[in-house]
Design a protein around this ligand. Structure first.
Ligand code: F0G
Length: 454
């Protein structure tokens, strides 16, 4: 906590403060570092794309996350992610044309934004000579860690996942890349608690977003957004909220850029929870929890957690990536909300899947959790909080192929399958379903069916 003010050296391996127990933050002595005097300065790097560190969408900004020496950085070409316009999504959300941009983090090597953070945490692990790295995961962190371990052969990945709580696309990545995969009887919140205990006990390097270096890497998602917008600051950043690492790191990125005089204003951040995993929404919007300049009222958090325990309430959403009730970055996220005049909303699984199908129908496939950002933007336009003229960036955090089960069920004409996968989540309709046409294996029948349907 800011009042504690303990500091630790970059070579130490810690995720929480010995004195106050809060998560740690990375700070830099900017006065003694070579910081560019404008963001445009980074453009000179575009001509050096044959150098791995200048090609990386994370490390070409390393002057703004200067904790590692070049020779210790482990990069696999992460962060080549585009910011796309989508006129169809503008229309769906209720914006004027060309006001929404989609930051497509599914294009990363492991198929999600996690690679931005993993390259940073992994480089720190390499700096301090770690031989094993661990995480708890709803699937994407583990896929990313397993990939960095596989590519670099520097460490063994040990991953903790909630049994039955991870989509097959993600599980298959971890297994295929050779991670030691621990399926815990429980959910992500259980796995998170355990991995913190186990990594402490066995001295395994922890790469969850409790690790402050992870968040340094994720800052670059926002740097690339600014880069794609010609260094113009948008009005809104809309991002799904799970463990709240992204939102925390985005807030830190903008705060630092403003302190360094590299931007003149901070966009508003909107964090979107799934309604079945809405701790942040409940605490921030309903119970009035605020960062309060570094002195949040933690009794609000404690009493909410006690209520969850008393009612044995577990997170429950089709957006399995954000099926989290005890986000570890809650406090850092409150700081980001304060600094960005942020808002928090929740959206139902129905809203998430409808938005997801509209994102895909306009050419950019994403997984359910990612579409919470678009569903949230639509809700905020309907509420009049986002003005249809404003510039909005929705972050698409993970690729469509991560979770085909939800997608196929949404488009299925088999009511039993629809009910099995989606009905239990309160999804009742598939307004934008694109059902496959069933047809006999007969030339005339196939021709007739195509003519009928096109
Ligand atoms: N979107 C996707 C696709 C994710 O995988 C996650 C988190 C989030 C959003 C939420 O991001 O935690 O920064 O608020 N997935 C983690 C994992 C928890 O284990 O892969 P956040």
């Amino acid at each position: 906590m800011p009042s504690c003010a303990a500091t630790y050296d970059v070579s130490e391996v810690k995720t929480s403060c010995d004195k106050c127990g809060a998560l740690l933050d990375i700070t830099y002595d900017w006065d003694s570092l070579p910081v560019p005097d404008s963001l445009k300065w980074f453009e000179q790097k575009w001509s050096r794309r044959n150098e791995p560190l200048e090609k990386s969408g994370v490390w070409r900004f390393r002057e703004l996350l200067p904790f590692a020496s070049d020779e210790k950085i482990v990069t696999i070409g992460e962060g080549q992610t585009p910011l796309h316009p989508s006129p169809g999504v503008d229309q769906y959300v209720g914006m004027k044309t060309d006001r929404i941009r989609l930051q497509y983090e599914g294009m990363n090597p492991s198929g999600s934004f996690k690679d931005n953070g993993l390259t940073a945490a992994f480089s720190h692990a390499h700096m301090i000579g770690a031989k094993r790295a661990a995480c708890a995961s709803t699937g994407n962190t583990s896929a990313s860690l397993a990939l960095y371990c596989g590519m670099s052969q520097l460490m063994q990945a040990v991953i903790f996942i909630g049994s039955g709580k991870i989509s097959y696309g993600k599980l298959s990545q971890a297994l295929d890349y050779g991670a030691l995969t621990m399926q815990i009887a429980g959910d992500f919140d259980d796995a998170m608690l355990r991995v913190r205990e186990v990594s402490k006990k066995l001295g395994i390097y922890l790469v969850n977003s409790v690790n402050p270096f992870r968040l340094e890497g994720q800052k670059t998602i926002m740097l690339r957004v600014l880069e794609s917008l010609g260094w113009q600051v948008p009005d809104w950043i809309v991002v799904p909220g799970g463990n709240l690492g992204n939102s925390s790191s985005f807030g830190k990125a903008f705060h630092e850029l403003q302190q360094l005089g590299l931007i003149d204003r901070v966009p508003r951040i909107a964090i979107i929870n799934a309604a079945g995993a809405d701790t942040l929404y409940e605490l921030y919007e309903k119970r009035g929890l605020r960062w309060n300049q570094g002195s949040p009222d933690l009794s609000i958090v404690d009493s909410y957690h006690a209520e969850l325990d008393a009612a044995s309430l577990r997170a429950d959403t089709i957006a399995s990536a954000i099926e989290i009730n005890r986000p570890v970055n809650l406090l850092k996220c409150l700081r980001a909300l304060e600094c960005s005049k942020g808002v928090v909303r929740e959206v139902t699984d129905q809203q998430i899947l409808d938005a997801k199908s509209q994102v895909a129908a306009n050419g950019l496939g994403c997984e359910p959790a990612s579409a919470a950002s678009v569903a949230g933007a639509k809700l905020l336009v309907e509420e009049g909080i986002i003005n249809p003229e404003e510039r909005v960036v929705c972050v698409l955090t993970g690729h469509q192929l991560k979770d085909p089960t939800a997608t196929v069920a949404y488009h299925s004409s088999d009511q039993a399958e629809f009910n099995r996968v989606l009905g239990s989540r309160g999804v009742t309709t598939a307004a934008f379903a694109n059902q496959a046409v069933q047809v006999d294996n007969d030339l005339d029948a196939i021709v007739r069916a195509i003519q009928l349907n096109s």
